[in-house]
Design a protein around this ligand. Sequence first.
Ligand code: ADP
Ligand code: MG
Length: 610
Amino acid sequence: SESTDNETEKEEDDGVSKEEKENRLPLLKHVYLIMKICSKQWKWFLLSYGLLLVNCALNLIEPALYSQMLTNAITMKSFDILKHACFLLAAVQLAEAISSTAKTTCMSYATNKTTKQIRVNLFKAILHQDISFFDENKTGQLMSRITHDSDSISNSLPGYIETTTENLINFFGALPIMVYYSWQLSITAFITFPISLILTKIYGLYIEKLSEKANDATAISNETVQEVLAAIRTVRSFASERTEYGRYTKNTDDWFKISLKSIMASTTFGLVWYLMWNVEDVLVYLYGGYLTINGRMASENLLSYVFYHWRLHSALNSFTNMFSDLMRTIGSSRKVIYLLNRKPVLDYENGSETPEVLGTIVFDGVEFAYPTRKNVEVLKNLNLTIEKGKTVALVGPSGNGKTTIVSLIEQFYAPKSGQILLDGTNIQNIQHEYYHSKVALVAQEPTLFSGSIRDNILYGYENGSEEEMLKVAKMANVHEFVEKLEKGYDTKCGEKGIQMSGGQKQRIAIARALIRNPAILILDEATSALDSESESLVQDALNCCAKNRTVIIIAHRLSTVKNADKIAVIEKGQVTEIGTHFDLMKNIDGMYYKLVSKQLEPKKEEQKND
Ligand code: ADP
Ligand code: MG
């Protein structure tokens, strides 16, 4: 396993995962996909393009128009003509201003709309991924992809459209004219041209790689910010501010180093480029001069040739800049396109069945290893039947697979082999929303959202009525503490529920699970982290909601487990004992007996102390 560890480290250094490398698209396909994304706004792009042409035309005629009329006015000594000339000039300038600003407006509209679309689609694509994807990809980095990288696709577009047009006109206008003036001289250009294309391509590919790296570096530094801010209390209590500041400084430093490489590359490329075209220039003057001196070329033709030759240079030059910008865009859009196209391994939208649910869950020979640790078998041939309407407790030492069983019922992951059946239907075939309206989870560390208590109880059940909300709030002992709050159910819970106590959070989470009246309720150590007073309140709530539904409860407190209809001991991913409390206590060598007696011992001491 050591070698695999090393591999993952290397992958992280690269910033590109193995899976991603395998799915890397060829350049043209990639460009095509970018174009496809942008083409949704083609009307606006086209309109701004038309306005650009109008603006160019007006720009071109303005000086000619004005000088013509001014000359007229002066030669004819006519103040009227002068007035007309001024009005006309004002009108042309106004038209120019309007076309120019309208162009910018349309372009901005199109690009921002594209950005919006990419962001929304990206968020949707990321939401669609399987949970194992989130085990590997960090929140801050994904956020960076949505906010930072998605912009880079659309924001550079207007530039390309404008400069491409300009350059194409200049290039294809100048080239035939040059050949017309002297095909011999044009040969120098035809030699230099392919060389510069090759150079541009090499440079462009390098820039693409650098820009991808730069974006990865940005993503990593954003990840640091996200992680640190989310854990600010832990940072403060361990006095790690300086360390974290150092980590972020290093992250941004990495980014800066990559940018520096990019600057160096651009300087080198620019120098080589100018040198090459300078040599070509000198050749043109030498050879052109030679041809003219020998009488094989008219001197005014040489001058015109040189003029167009410059035009060609500048067209090529800005074309190169544009190409490297394009490669930069491609580099930074790699991850965006990859994420947009990634198909989740376990697609929650695959299921379509909506069978009647009574609440019997069967684990049939389930084997499972976490995708991030493929060679560690967490569940080994697990067979377990949880009958409808019964309360089943899963107990066992920590790290032996209890939460994993819950995660499989929740379909966060799929079994490697074997299947999980709900009333005879493989749970993977059941429609997603339908399934989760029947199966509800109160997790080990429930996460609340930053909205109000009401919002949190109604989460995923937004159309629920106030009566339904109040009913479950009372069942879950939420009402009891909400009544004392000034704002009642409108009290905000804070980010991740930080403004609530552990017991309050847990009870809100129970109400949230109960409101959909699930056939199956899963409680993963729902009371373990609580003090005894909150525990008994939560316990009350649980007893009250266990009626008429299947309850799967994971707990290590004897008081919680004892009254279950069935207790299953989970050891190393297998069921090693199963039965009622009474049955299991008979087996003095069993794990259950051991767990129970361990709990009773310290309690006796406590009682003595009291
Ligand atoms: P518990 O019985 O305490 O609930 P778990 O089911 O949480 O145990 O964990 C079982 C094993 O799986 C542990 O060895 C744990 O390290 C591992 N594990 C838990 N979650 C993940 C995960 N997301 N990725 C990889 N391994 C995990
Ligand atoms: Mg657990």
